[in-house]
Design a protein around this ligand. Structure first.
Ligand code: SF4
Length: 332
């Protein structure tokens, strides 16, 4: 079929919006992003959203793009990446809105499977109380759900959900999903200063995560301009506390507060490696001592990094920890 030039141009532009990358991702290696929702159609209007306030709030699922159009856009990007010898570890639904609002999500995942690349979905989980949404998500190999608070009032102030959504149904839906899901489940908690970062609220989240049992729980903070200027990251001390409170209940907790390299591949540059690792989780003083000994470096590296405002020393339960400064890093 010959497409008129104007239609072909418009179609190419939609293709570009639907599939992007591959880009490096801390959690998923090299991922090719799939944007199956027009900008910014969402069930939430989170105070920290880097896409600004949600103008088109909705909870009714519907079709947005034709599933074949999504397949075509992704196939095209995959072919181009393969031509260049670029690796793609995941095809990731990471929309400029909420991907489960797309009623064709499950069908699209099915269409993409024959490409032989693992599929991930990053969702706010607000619709997970619906069986059809759980069925669609269960087709993905990796799913990340949002968990900003287990307290209804705090959840409403942080995520500013569509009025009829109810937190208890969402939490139940998450538990139901986790029970049956055969893929890898992750959670993401965005900490906002003075909003959902108190010990009590964090203990609530930790308790819920202990029941949900995700493979990994990620902690984020706003590092890009948020929808509301006042939505700021907590201090490093509080982020360290949050890490420990969650870690007391579940094994794998990581920061997702910025990334500037590969934290799990050592470059041989002591400073770079220390900053990369401490951007993922706080390092105990003893771990830093060990690391420096192995690298043949001495302790002077640490005061230098602190002086240059790249590293910060914090304390938790009488022990010293080191973490990357939040205001010096940017979220992936
Ligand atoms: S769920 Fe995601 S896209 Fe929707 S408002 Fe929150 S941060 Fe933005």
């Amino acid at each position: 079929m010959i497409r008129p030039a104007a239609v072909a141009k418009e179609s190419r532009e939609v293709d570009r919006m639907i599939a992007f990358g591959p880009v490096p991702s801390r959690r998923l290696g090299r991922r090719l992003g799939i944007n199956n929702i027009p900008p910014k159609v969402c069930t939430y209007s989170c105070v920290y959203c880097q896409l600004g306030r949600t103008r088109k709030m909705r909870i009714k699922r519907r079709a947005f793009y034709a599933p074949e159009e999504i397949l075509e856009a992704v196939q095209d990007k995959v072919a181009k990446a393969r031509e260049k010898g670029e690796v793609i570890d995941y095809l990731t639904f990471v929309a400029d809105g909420e991907p489960t609002l797309d009623m064709n999500l499950g069908h699209e995942i099915g269409l993409l499977k024959p490409l032989g690349i693992k599929i991930a979905v990053i969702t706010n989980a607000s619709l997970i109380w619906q069986e059809a949404v759980r069925v669609a998500l269960s087709k993905a190999d990796w799913v990340s759900v949002k968990m900003d608070s287990t307290e209804e009032a705090i959840w409403r102030r942080t995520d500013r959900p569509y009025g009829t959504l109810k937190l208890p149904s969402i939490l139940d839906g998450m538990l139901e999903f986790a029970k049956a899901y055969g893929g890898e489940l992750a959670t993401e908690t965005m900490l906002v200063k003075g909003l959902n970062d108190s010990d009590e609220l964090l203990k609530g989240i930790a308790g819920f995560l202990a029941r949900l049992r995700p493979a990994r729980a990620y902690l984020s903070v706003p590092t890009r301009p948020p929808a509301e200027k006042w939505a700021q990251p907590p201090t490093e001390e509080i982020i360290t506390r949050a890490y420990h409170i969650l870690h007391e209940k579940i094994d794998h907790v990581e920061y997702l507060i910025g990334y500037e390299g590969n934290a799990f591949a050592f470059t041989g540059d002591v400073e770079e490696d220390l900053l990369s690792i401490s951007a993922v989780h706080p390092l105990r003083e003893e771990a830093v001592v060990d690391f420096l000994a192995k690298a043949g470096a001495d302790w002077s590296v640490i005061p230098n990094l602190i002086e240059r405002r790249q590293l910060i020393e914090t304390e938790y339960k009488g022990r010293k920890f080191y973490m990357r400064r939040v205001d010096r890093i940017h979220r992936e």
